[in-house]
Design a protein around this ligand. Sequence first.
Ligand code: ATP
Ligand SMILES: Nc1nc2c(ncn2[C@@H]2O[C@H](COP(=O)(O)O)[C@@H](O)[C@H]2O)c(=O)[nH]1
Length: 206
Amino acid sequence: METPGNLFVVAAPSGAGKSSLVKALRSFDARVYPSVSHTTRAPRGQEKHGREYYFASDAEFDSMVGNDAFVEWANVHGKRYGTSKKGIQDRLAKGEDVLLEIDYQGALQVRTAFPQAILIFILPPSWEELRSRLENRGEDAPEVIELRMKNAEEEMAQVGKFDFVIINELFESALFDLKAIIHSQRLKYASQLRLRSDVFESLNLS
Ligand SMILES: Nc1ncnc2c1ncn2[C@@H]1O[C@H](COP(=O)(O)OP(=O)(O)OP(=O)(O)O)[C@@H](O)[C@H]1O
Ligand SMILES: Nc1nc2c(ncn2[C@@H]2O[C@H](COP(=O)(O)O)[C@@H](O)[C@H]2O)c(=O)[nH]1
C-alpha cells in the first residue's frame, strides 16, 4: 500500500536496545509516532495497558486475527504480538511518520504490505553484551533470558534482509545513526514536496 507518511520498522533481538533508542528518539522528534502493539504476554513491572502495549487475552487476540485486524502478527518468545491496522493506517494516510518496534517476522510481513517501508535492524556489539543487558535490565526470569538468547541466533541471521543496520555499542552513536536514517528519508523528494509545498509552489516546481 502506498501512503504519504513514512513507515519505519525497527527490529532487533531482545535486549539489543531498540526500545531505549526509540524512546530517546521520541524525546527529540515528536513527528515520528510509535505504534502500540497488542500482545498476549503479561505486563512487566511499570508497564501500562495502552502505553507500552495493549495487553490482550488469547481469546481477544484470536478474535483480532479472525477479523483481519492486524497488519502483521507473530509468535515471539512463546507469546503473540501484533500491530493493528487501525493503529497505523489513519496516521500514514494523513502523512504522519509511524515507527514500529517489532520482531523480524513482523518486519518482513510489513514489507509485503507496505513495500516502501524502511526496515532497520539493531545489533548488539557482542553476545556477552546482549546477555549482560538482558540480565541487568532485571525484568525477565533466567529461563526467559535463556530463551531470548537462543532466539537471538535466528533473529540475527535475518540482518541481511534489512535496509539499514545500526550497531548499538555506544548509545549516543546508535541514536545519531537512527536519527540520520529517519532524516534522510524525510529529505527524499516526495517527502519534501509534502512537507514544504509552500516552497515548491513559490518556486513554481509543483
Ligand atoms: N548502548 C547501550 N549500552 C548499554 N546498555 C544499553 C544500551 N542500549 C540499551 N541498553 C540497556 O540494555 C537493556 C535492554 O534495552 P531495551 O529494553 O531497550 O532492549 P529491547 O531491544 O527493546 O528489548 P525487548 O525487545 O526485550 O523489549 C536496557 O536495560 C537498556 O537500558
Ligand atoms: N511481530 C511483532 N513483534 C513485536 C511486536 N511488538 C513487540 N514485538 C517484539 O516482541 C519481542 C519481545 O518484546 P518484549 O516487550 O516482550 O520484550 C521484541 O522483539 C519486540 O520487538 C509486534 O507488534 N509485532
